[in-house]
Design a protein around this ligand. Structure first.
Ligand code: NAP
Ligand code: GCO
Length: 265
């Protein structure tokens, strides 16, 4: 093994939903490690914002309009990427949403929408990229799981169900495609400061920290929220040849939350 095994030179990496947030940071890390970056978004506005953000960091990323829940759009995007850039070597199923609603108040439609984006879509996108990986004789799939792949909490029933399922989809892709030298692992971020968690960190009218913000600080041995940049190194590792014998694993990047009972109030 050499340190080159941690490089991604010449690899084509698709990161879904990566115009900002965790996906953008992971894609930027991959670019630093030598990968060619392709990403998808749902809106022209965020496509333009994402391309500008990558350009500002000196990254020549290619962006595609694609709703990851739409199998036809995903299939067309993967075909277009193959024609324009090359066969996808690395897939990060990052696109995701959360709806924080008490279960008895959550509609079945809202529950289905969260599961559709957070669980069905990773299946759809993985299914679209796997044939190319099999043909090439290697591939890396990284599913962005969550603390809620292991834990529940009030108001996130759909999200926890989806992310728990995503952990098991990760293990199943590992099981079904390991013989093709394809590794499928998960990353379970802890609480990361992105637009998705902004409501949990909003300052109170009196200027004090949000109660949930204080809760997470007390629950995290690192004593801070994570940043999207905290995920770059773990993602590069799981996308690189350095992790070719790591398969079906969920790597929690949580500052120690899962290991810690929490600080006494
Ligand atoms: P975010 O800031 O809300 O970004 C989510 C991204 O997913 C956006 O780019 C969004 O695009 C895209 N997206 C949503 N639905 C899509 C669809 N149907 N098709 C294509 N793109 C879609 O979230 P984040 O905090 O960066 O989280 C990224 C991933 O990490 C998610 O899977 C999330 O569940 C997971 N995660 C987050 C945390 C955390 O604390 N932040 C912790 C653990 C896991 P639009 O701009 O079109 O909405
Ligand atoms: C929430 C948060 C979490 C994080 C993440 C933790 O409302 O509890 O949004 O779900 O997004 O998934 O790993």
């Amino acid at each position: 093994m050499t340190m080159n095994d941690f490089r991604l030179d010449g690899k084509v990496a698709l990161v879904t939903g990566a115009s900002y947030g965790i996906g953008f940071a992971i894609a930027a890390g991959f670019a630093e490690a030598g990968a060619k970056i392709v990403f998808n978004v749902r809106s022209q506005e965020n496509l333009e914002k994402g391309l500008a953000a990558y350009k500002e960091k000196g990254i020549d990323a290619k962006g595609y309009l694609c709703d990851v829940t739409d199998e036809a759009q995903v299939s067309a995007m993967v075909k277009q990427i193959k024609q324009e850039i090359g066969v996808i070597d690395i897939l990060v199923n990052n696109a995701g949403i959360i709806k924080r609603t008490p279960m008895l108040e959550m509609s079945a439609a809202d529950f289905r929408q969260v599961v559709d984006i957070d669980l069905n879509a990773p299946f759809i996108v993985a299914k679209a990229v796997l044939p190319g990986m099999i043909q090439k004789g290697h591939g890396k799939i990284i599913n962005i799981c969550s603390m809620m792949s292991e834990l529940g909490r009030e108001t996130v029933s759909a999200y926890a169900a989806a992310k728990g399922g995503l952990k098991m989809l990760t293990r199943n892709i590992c099981s079904e495609f390991g013989e093709h030298n394809i590794q499928c692992n998960g990353i379970g971020p802890g609480y990361i400061a992105t637009p998705q968690t902004a409501p949990l960190r909003e300052r109170q009218p009196d200027g004090s920290r949000h109660p949930f913000d204080q809760f997470i600080i007390a629950k995290t041995p690192a004593g801070r929220w994570g940043t999207p940049e905290d995920l770059m190194g773990p993602a590069i590792f799981l996308a690189s040849d350095a992790s070719n014998f790591v398969n079906g694993h969920v790597l929690y990047v949580d500052g120690g939350i899962l290991a810690y009972i929490g600080k006494q109030p």
